[in-house]
Design a protein around this ligand. Structure first.
Ligand SMILES: *Cc1c(COP(=O)(O)O)cnc(C)c1O
Length: 388
C-alpha cells in the first residue's frame, strides 16, 4: 500500500488481499504450532509459533504502522506486554511511574520491586518538579500513562522526554486509553509504546491481548527475543480476532468520543455530581495539553458523586445500558466503581493520594445511540441524588 495512505485506511486494509494461495480477501488464521522445513537444512520463514506466526505478524505489522514504530511484539495480555518491557530493567535500576497508574501495573511494579528486581518511585507526573526530584539520582525508565486511570490526568509527553534524556532513561508510554487513532507517543519521543489490545484495539470485549511497539530496530529485536524466551507471545486466534477489531478502530473511536463528550456535558450539569473528569472539556486541568498532543479526547470519563459510596451504588444499580464491569474500550458501554473494583489493589493511603474518592464512578462510553446513553445516565444520576 502507498506510504501516503492515511493510517485510518491502513487500519481498514490491514492484511486484506495478502493471501496468495486463493486470493481470499481476509487471510486465514494460521492455527498451527509449527511449520515444516522445505527440505533438509532448508528452513522456511516460520518454524514454531512461539517464535513467529503469520497471523500474529499481520497484527504486529499494522500496530507498528499505526503507532509509527519499527516493530511490534504481540503478547498474550497487556500485563504480558508490561512484563516484557520490565525485562529491560536490572537490579538497582529505577523506574519512575505515575501514582495513579493502572492497577495491574501498580501490583506488578510493587511485587517485582519487593523481590529486588528493580526500584520503583510513583509520582504525580503532572507535577514536573516531582518527576525531576524522583529522578535526581538517576533513572533507567520513565513509565507514562496519559490520560491516567481513572481521573484522566494528562501528562506532558514532550516534557517527560526531556526529563528522561537528562538521565538517558527509556521512556515507555502505556497508550491503552487512547489507541494510536488518538495519540502516537513515538512522535513525542517514546522508546516503547504499550497496549492492552484487550481494550480499544480489539474493541469487542472478546479477547485479552497486548503489544509492545518499539521505536528502534534494536529495541524491537530485544522485545522479540524476550517474548520468545519467556513464552509471552500472543495466540494466532487472538491475533486474528484483534486484527479484525483494528479494521474498525477509527470508526469506533469517533462514536466513543461523540458519546463521551455528550455524557460529560449532561453529567456536569446534574446536581448529583460535583466534578467531571473528561479531557475534552475546557474546565479539565489537562485540556490544553490534550488538545496539543492528542488528536481526540477518547471515550473514557469519570465523575464524583456528591453522595459518596451510597450515591455511587444507586447510580450503578440504576443504569441499564452500562454494564457493571472492569475493563474498557469495548463497543458496549461499561461503568465501574474504581475504589472497590479496578483500584481495590491499591492500599488505602495510595488510593487517597491518587485522588480516588468513594463517590467516583468511571464510564467507558460505548458506541450505542447517544440519546439512549443520555437517558440512561440521567436516570442513574437522579437515583444517585435521591440516595445522597
Ligand atoms: C487493561 C490495562 C492493562 C492490562 O492489560 P490486560 O490486557 O488486562 O493484561 C494495562 N494498562 C492499561 C492502561 C489498561 O487499561
Amino acid at each position: 500500500m502507498a506510504k501516503t495512505t492515511s493510517k485510518q485506511t491502513q487500519a481498514v486494509r490491514a492484511a486484506v488481499e495478502s493471501d496468495l494461495q486463493f486470493g481470499a480477501v481476509i487471510p486465514p488464521v494460521y492455527l498451527t504450532s509449527n511449520f515444516t522445513f522445505a527440505g533438509f537444512d532448508e528452513p522456511r520463514r516460520y518454524d514454531y509459533t512461539r517464535t513467529g506466526n503469520p497471523t500474529r505478524d499481520a497484527l504486529a505489522d499494522v500496530l507498528a504502522e499505526l503507532e509509527g514504530g519499527r516493530g511490534a511484539t504481540v503478547t498474550a495480555s497487556g500485563m504480558g506486554a508490561i512484563s516484557l518491557a520490565c525485562q529491560l530493567l536490572n537490579p538497582g535500576d529505577l523506574v519512575v511511574g505515575p501514582r495513579d497508574c493502572y492497577g495491574g501495573t501498580y501490583r506488578l511494579f510493587n511485587r517485582l520491586a519487593k523481590r529486588g528486581l528493580f526500584r520503583v518511585i510513583l509520582v504525580d507526573q503532572t507535577d514536573l518538579d516531582e518527576v525531576a526530584g524522583a529522578m535526581r539520582d538517576g533513572a533507567k525508565m520513565v513509565w507514562v500513562e496519559s490520560p491516567t486511570n481513572p481521573l484522566l490526568r494528562i501528562v506532558d509527553l514532550e516534557r517527560m522526554r526531556v526529563l528522561a534524556d537528562q538521565h538517558r532513561a527509556l521512556m515507555v508510554v502505556d497508550n491503552t486509553f487512547l489507541s494510536p487513532a488518538l495519540q502516537r507517543p513515538i512522535e513525542f519521543g517514546a522508546d516503547l509504546v504499550i497496549h492492552s489490545t484487550t481494550k480499544y484495539l480489539n474493541g469487542h470485549s472478546d479477547v485479552v491481548g497486548g503489544a509492545v511497539i518499539a521505536a528502534t530496530d534494536a529495541l524491537h529485536q530485544e522485545m522479540q527475543e524476550w517474548a520468545n524466551a519467556l513464552g509471552f507471545s500472543g495466540s494466532p486466534f487472538d491475533s486474528f480476532m484483534t486484527l479484525r477489531g483494528v479494521r474498525t478502530l477509527y470508526a469506533r473511536m469517533t462514536q466513543h468520543e461523540k458519546n463521551a463528550t455528550t455524557l460529560a456535558e449532561i453529567i456536569s450539569e446534574h446536581g448529583a455530581t460535583h466534578r467531571v473528569f473528561y479531557p475534552g472539556r475546557a474546565d479539565h486541568a489537562g485540556h490544553a495539553l490534550a488538545a496539543r498532543q492528542q488528536s481526540g479526547y477518547g471515550g473514557m470519563l469519570s465523575f464524583e458523586l456528591r453522595g459518596g459510596v451510597a450515591a455511587a451504588r444507586a447510580f450503578l444499580e440504576t443504569v441499564e445500558l452500562f454494564s457493571l464491569a472492569e475493563s474498557l474500550g469495548g463497543v458496549e458501554s461499561l461503568a465501574c466503581h474504581p475504589a472497590t473494583m479496578t483500584h481495590a489493589t491499591f492500599d488505602a493511603d495510595d488510593r487517597r493520594l491518587a485522588g480516588i474518592e468513594d463517590g467516583l464512578v468511571r464510564l467507558s462510553a460505548g458506541i450505542e445511540a447517544t440519546e439512549d446513553l443520555v437517558r440512561d445516565v440521567l436516570h442513574g444520576l437522579d437515583a444517585a441524588a435521591r440516595a445522597a
